[in-house]
Design a binder for this molecule. Sequence first.
Ligand code: GLN
Length: 498
Amino acid sequence: EAHLQKELFGHPIGLFILFLTEMWERFSYYGMRALLVLYMTTQTTGDGRGPGLAWSNQEALALYGWYTMLVYVMSIPGGMIADKILGQKKAVLVGAIILCLGHGVLVLTDTWAFYTGLALVILGVGLLKPNISTMVGGLYPEGDIRRDKGFSIFYIGINTGSLLATMVIGFVVVKWGWHAGFGLAGIAMLLGLVVYLWGQKYLTHVGNFEAPKPNEVDDSSYGRLFGDLLKSRTQLLVTALLVVLSIFGWFNLGWAFGLLFMFLTTIVALMMMIYKELSSRVDKDRFVVLLLSFIMVIIFWGAFEQAGGLMNLYTDAKTNRMLLGWEVPTVMFQSLNAGFIILFATLVAGLWAKRKLKGKEASSIFKMAVGIIIMGFGFLFMVFAAMEFEKSGSSSMIWLVMAYLFHTIGELCLSPVALSFITKLSPVKYASLMMGVYFAATGLGNKVAGIIGESASNLGEYTVFLGILIFTMLIGGIFILLLKPLQRLTHGAEDNEK
Ligand code: GLN
């Protein structure tokens, strides 16, 4: 393969095609996300930006929570479709087209257009996001030490898109109104689609659908897996128990909790079905360690995602944002994360690579645990902020900057590493599905973040920030203590990276 050899800065050229496609996709995603709550809560009489939907804060935040969760939960069907029907490469293409349509529809001002647009974006991201991530892994042969670094570069693309969008879209909205902002997201996605189509020649060898051979029984069809579930007494029992719990939750805790439990039930049942179908010990063990690492993922995002919620509100209401006689706008603090990523991504990846070459511990599980601890440590600064506020009625910006700095370094230890880890450990047949499950875990984390954030109105910020600090340290510590046995379960998936 000629294109397989072609490289740029020591990485396959395909990486940069995926980088640019994902950069524009994330531009559209984060640009639109930045507007969403504000658009929903603006009065119908409008302010300078034009009329909004005039919803209450609570209504808007509720829809926002479901939206940011569903966008990632849809990665599961998105991954399944890639594994079974389209292959990752075509799934990304279809997702990109649906996203262009979705953002396009949001340009219209009707109510139906608002909901249709959101639904299309959810479907589009579900098809695109997990599968483009899996394709990055596919660019590297097994045991290639560049893979982690490749994901770090890809992660810079994600955040460049997010940074550009959050810096530009506010101005567009002020000048031409909400729907122009949505339109800008659409144009960005169109650019992403064009880059992707143009770059197909560098992606010939990745993300292709591999149909089962004609005389081969496909023992991994979901119909068959489901049949096996019905035959296994333990699995059936666990599933039935979860279904009962979901129904109980639905009636006693409200439909929202019920729905959440049902998502969980479906995921657990699916995971049990796949576990049973895996034939070798190695595959089974790797699958288990992957699922265990997803616990860290949910907790990580549950804490980290305070950024857009509670920390955002804290910045707005309780922080002294005066800098040299100028009041720094609240939204600008949302760019810190992306900015820090771009500054530090290669540095962090480089440090890990060096450590590994020296033969020191640098397994993915280790990095992820360290990531949780560093991110959690960032909440210490929020605790200081809350203390200062209680004493003097306002707190310094520096606490927020420090908190976001530590959050970002933690994110760099965990998030790109987790993506890479999945592509190393997933059984090939389920590679895209497992990436989907990963993103669904981040989506559940987002929802958890919302629930924790809401509890601050009763508990107070100080308690919430301190609680997160202690809990994340504890979880990170536990995973570090369990490192050896967990490592054993990977059966050397990362031992011989060169
Ligand atoms: N910020 C990252 C992205 O947009 C991570 C999101 C996630 O894993 N849920 O890709």
